[in-house]
Design a protein around this ligand. Sequence first.
Ligand code: SF4
Ligand code: SF4
Length: 245
Amino acid sequence: MINILRKILYTGTVTERYDAASPAPRARGAVMVQASACTDCRRCAAACPVGAITRQDDHLTIDYNTCIFCGHCVEQCEHGGIKQSGEYRLASLAGQLAEPAGQGLRHRILSVLGRSLQIRHVDAGSCNACDFEMNALSNPLYDLQQYGIDFVASPRHADMLMVTGVVTRNLTQALLMTYEAVPKPKLVMAVGACAAGGATFGQTYAIRGAVNDLVPVDIYVPGCPPKPQALLHGLLLALDRLSER
Ligand code: SF4
Ligand code: SF4
């Protein structure tokens, strides 16, 4: 017993507060267009492996649902027209970037649901990197349970479906059946560039598309893979959407 107490005192608190989280020094966050430096040479768009850069209304636009934050566009631009930031709070409702959602996740879960938020995860065909980040939410550092959020085994017990990976032909039925099994009002969160954008692996016989091509998506969390903090930011937005229903 004394050894356990000594260990607790020695280790201290490892759990990170969501609002205190800062990106790791080498984290690849959102790429941002620097309009004043852009010469419209379009080399960045040509280098983008997923076609995330387009020109709209006389300026470059980046589709964050599709972008994998690889940084090729940044390397191609000699004029500093695109810069990579550490920004990870990119979750969006209906395709628009949301403002940082702030604090109080646990309080908001209780005020919206009056109990915990239960999530059922479906891997529709990911490379598993998104799944590893999602699993990290339950480790002592991020400690998802501190907010009153947990993963459940049965979709019948879930409030939200969290989907990773582009939807593959073999897992389409599993996704549709799981979606149908979640009771209303249900939320769907598309996690990562594959689930949100569907373009990461191109068009093949095995791929059906982004999650939104099969079931309606409420929250998009960009990234390849998104950081655990980015997932927490998406969960905050999800609660806003749930409170509207
Ligand atoms: S970071 Fe990569 S995927 Fe994203 S816009 Fe640039 S080249 Fe495309
Ligand atoms: S978004 Fe990236 S990390 Fe996530 S499943 Fe697709 S390839 Fe893997």
